[in-house]
Design a binder for this molecule. Structure first.
Ligand code: 9D3
Length: 271
């Protein structure tokens, strides 16, 4: 199922790297997904092409007008509808079920689970805010989901939208060279939601630093166990929440628990 992404943005040029470069660029070239940007400014008739105005009630900054955003949204929805009624595209990408996602610092934190959901729905329409924000009435009328990248301040929604689109586009079937790469990622289900273990390549000795011996052993069971323990150790050190989540989902074996026990009782973390 080809995924279709539509973006409402005052800065369409931000998004070109996604379709030109890297994994997402190659997948786009293979028509595994498509990207369509809609600039609200193009829907304003006055000479200044005004897309913002001063906030009612006063205060700093400007607020994006509802009307140009709605006009852009209508065209995006109509284009998706036309796309969905061509035989090549699955009906799953239809208007009624298409999420309208607002990028917002007040939104729910975006995770790998949301990236998978984006692929499953056949894409979404992203709404990027600039200035202090968007007229709440547009949000109330049209937005179905609000997502944030995390607790830091961006200049607008574009960079957040790019991150989310990137995370979804690389999951589209056929986008990655091997299905194993996605499966070994941090946060992916088959890594039980743990952080990734460290990676090494040539040379065997780099500036006096050796590659861990086990990786040169050729013993694949031993290597697998070492990587699992590295993932457990790193997650325990940096993201104990991921250990707790994996335990709650019963994704930690008796062997994993024994290793974690040794970690917690060790005076140093050389294990
Ligand atoms: C003064 C209050 N600010 C809210 C924290 C105003 C404000 C800051 C930044 C309003 C909008 C923005 C622009 N940010 C986004 O549009 C945004 C965002 C972000 O800033 N951080 C993390 N995720 C996201 S998703 C969209």
């Amino acid at each position: 199922m080809p995924m279709r992404i539509d973006v409402l943005t005052l800065f369409p040029s931000f998004f070109t790297p996604l379709i030109e470069s890297g994994v997402t660029g190659r997948a786009h070239h293979k028509s595994l997904w498509s990207l369509h940007c809609w600039d609200p400014r193009q829907y304003v008739r006055n000479v200044h092409r005004t897309v913002d105005d001063r906030p009612y009630g006063g205060g700093p900054g400007m607020v994006m007008l509802a009307e140009p955003l709605q006009a852009a949204l209508k065209d995006a929805q109509a284009a998706r509808q036309a796309d969905a009624s061509t035989p090549a595209v699955e009906p799953a990408a239809s208007l009624a079920t298409t999420p309208v996602i607002l990028l917002s610092p007040s939104g729910e934190r975006f995770t790998q689970r949301h990236a998978h959901a984006l692929v499953a729905t056949g894409g979404a329409i992203f709404v990027c805010g600039r200035y202090e924000g968007i007229d709440q009435r547009f949000i109330d009328q049209h937005v179905t989901h609000e997502y944030s990248l995390g607790d830091f301040v961006l200049s607008g929604g574009e960079v957040a939208a790019m991150a989310m689109i990137d995370s979804a586009a690389r999951l589209v079937p056929g986008a990655l060279h091997s299905d194993q790469s996605a499966a070994q990622d941090s946060f992916h289900e088959s890594n039980d939601g743990l952080l990734d273990s460290p990676h090494y390549t040539r040379p065997e000795d780099w500036q006096g630093q050796a590659v861990p011996e086990v990786l040169l052993s050729g013993n694949h069971r031993l290597i697998e166990r070492w990587r699992r323990e590295q993932a457990l150790k790193l997650s325990w050190q940096r993201r104990p929440d991921l250990i707790h989540a994996a335990r709650q989902q019963q994704r930690l074996s008796a062997q994993d628990e024994a290793y974690l026990q040794r970690l917690m009782s060790a005076k140093t973390i050389e294990l």
